[in-house]
Design a protein around this ligand. Structure first.
Ligand code: PRP
Length: 204
C-alpha cells in the first residue's frame, strides 16, 4: 500500500477531520523551541522527564529528541474513577515509575492540561518523592476548564475549548496517529460513538 493511497479505514478516519488547528510544521517548531529552552535551563543537571500514558507519547518522543543535553525519561500509567470533575481527579497509579527521582530534576510532561486535576494528582505524588525540582511542560493548555491553579513553566500552545484529536489526542483511542492537531466534523463524534458501540457488541 502506498502512503498516498490510504486504505479505506484511513480514508474513513480522515473524512471525519474538520479543520487542522496545528500543522506538523507548527508543532515541530514549537517543540524544538521548548527543547532548546529546557536544554539551556537544565544544563549540567540530572534531568528526567516524566509523562503519563497514553496521549503524551508523541509529544514526549519529539521533545526528548529536541533536548540537546543528557536526559532520561520514565512514564506512569493511571486509571480514573470517573469522567466528572468530582471523580476525574481521583486517580490510581496502574504503572509506577521505574526510576527513583529523589534529588533529581523532574520535568512533568503532559500533552494537554484542561481541569488540571490529573496533573495536580500526579504532581503531589511526585513531590512526595522529594525531587530536587519539579516543573511542568505541556504541549497544549486549555485553561477554560481549569479547576486547579497550575504553574506551567514550558507551554506549547494555549488553545480555546475545542475537542481536538491528533498528535496523541484521541477520540475513543482513534486519531492519535494523525501528524497534526485537528477538530472533527459536527456529527462525527456521534457517528463514531455509534460505530464504536456496534463494534464492541460484535467483538463481545
Ligand atoms: C488527558 C491528558 C491529561 C489529562 C488532562 O488524558 O493526557 O492526562 O487528560 O486533563 P485534566 O487536566 O482535565 O485532568 P486522557 O484522560 O485523555 O487519557 P490519554 O492520555 O490516554 O489520552
Amino acid at each position: 500500500m502506498s502512503l498516498d493511497q490510504p486504505n479505506s479505514a484511513t480514508a474513513e478516519t480522515l473524512s471525519q477531520v474538520e479543520r487542522v488547528i496545528l500543522t506538523p510544521e507548527q508543532i515541530a517548531a514549537r517543540v524544538s523551541a521548548l527543547g532548546q529552552a529546557i536544554s539551556t535551563d537544565y544544563e549540567g543537571q540530572d534531568l528526567i522527564l516524566v509523562g503519563v500514558l497514553r496521549g503524551v507519547l508523541f509529544f514526549m518522543a519529539d521533545l526528548l529528541r529536541a533536548i540537546t543535553i543528557p536526559v532520561k525519561y520514565d512514564v506512569i500509567a493511571i486509571s480514573r474513577y470517573g469522567p466528572t470533575s468530582q471523580t476525574r481527579g481521583v486517580v490510581r497509579l496502574t504503572k509506577d515509575l521505574d526510576e527513583h527521582i529523589e534529588g533529581r530534576h523532574v520535568l512533568f510532561v503532559e500533552d494537554v492540561i484542561d481541569t488540571g486535576l490529573t496533573s495536580n494528582y500526579i504532581l503531589k505524588n511526585l513531590r512526595a518523592r522529594e525531587p530536587a525540582s519539579l516543573r511542568v511542560c505541556a504541549l497544549l493548555d486549555r485553561p477554560q476548564h481549569r479547576l486547579i491553579d497550575l504553574n506551567i513553566t514550558y507551554k506549547g500552545f494555549e488553545l480555546p475549548d475545542l475537542f481536538l484529536v491528533g498528535y496523541g489526542l484521541d477520540y475513543q483511542q482513534m486519531f492519535r496517529n494523525l501528524p497534526y492537531i485537528a477538530t472533527l466534523k459536527a456529527g462525527a463524534l456521534g457517528r463514531l460513538a455509534a460505530a464504536h458501540d456496534l463494534q464492541a457488541r460484535g467483538d463481545a
